[in-house]
Design a protein. Sequence first.
Length: 390
Amino acid sequence: MRWGWISTFLLVFSLFLLKTSPAFADDAENQVLTLVNTQRAQQGLQPLVLSSALTGAARSYARVLATEGFFSHTGLDGSTFISRDEAAGYTGWDYLEENLAGGQSTPDQVVAAWMASPEHRANILSPNVREIGIGHVYASGSKYLNYWVEEFGDRPGVQPVSFSLPSTGGTNGAAEQSVVTPAITSEPLLTTWTAPTGRVVSDDWLRFFRANGGVDNFGLPLTGVVADPGNPSVLIQVFQRAVFRLLPTNADGSRVQRILLGDILYPGADPPVSPNDAPPGPSEYFPLSPDRPTGLGHFVANYTPDGHPTYFKDYFDSHGGVAVFGYPKEEPKLRDGLWTQRFQAAVFQYHPEDDRDGDIPGTTTPWRTYRVQLELLGSEYLGREGLSPN
């Protein structure tokens, strides 16, 4: 989900006109579908089926991004792509993912941008999804003009479709075309994952893991499901960067939650700063409010107040925002030579050695993918509580 023009910014708007004529939107969205399925066909993956429910969710959220002055996977009302997709009628799902982008003027540009980003590319080429919804809004007068949303999902009973690769000119000028009709097995989607650590993640735990950033946000599992040492009646699972807990009485989709490890390991928060002291560049302020949980009085930004780059806002917005990390507890600080910022559920670190051009040798992964990393709070919690990997 995510760097530069794909990332979240706090948008400042004057009055503008939304161009949402059905012909314009449908044409752009259909081109994105063709480009996505072309990418999948080239990797031997089944084509995605257009879902009206996911399309409704994608179009609605693209309009929200264009009109409400923000750009994030977490809505201003606290919604997530899971809640938005379900509200649009996409229920009984096994898997969900979302891509966002802003600023690309054509379907070719936006799909190329997503494919150049490892996380977005992984969503497009995921073998776990079979349906897609695409939303596009053009907002005249807005900062980024074009706003794009992709919702990916899977649920039982999706019927396969055939897909023809777009024609290309052959050496004699004739069109060349191949038809891809992948086989669809009757096996259910994987509901259990055995990680490289040998630990198993399954069912509600795996659903939460996948829907909220996967390995990038949480790292690999260090334990199976175990009793919480501080409250043996509660089941937890420890990951390198997080701890999940099970709340069995909650409704479907919310039984597993992330423990606020930042609060547990680093209790308290710095005094609030003034909203008038915004750092340079894109930033978002979370005001301290005694009557409702709106924040702790701190910024998330791409730069420190004195102008040092951190790109914490880009990472925060593209990896789940408040729903995943909680609110910032302080402004960025230098610790052990690295700029860090503590949140209720995570600690961000900026690694300047990874903020450079090019790909990691032997891969197609850009170095900048890892310029922001999360501290291994789950590992720290494991040691503090005396838990042994099981």
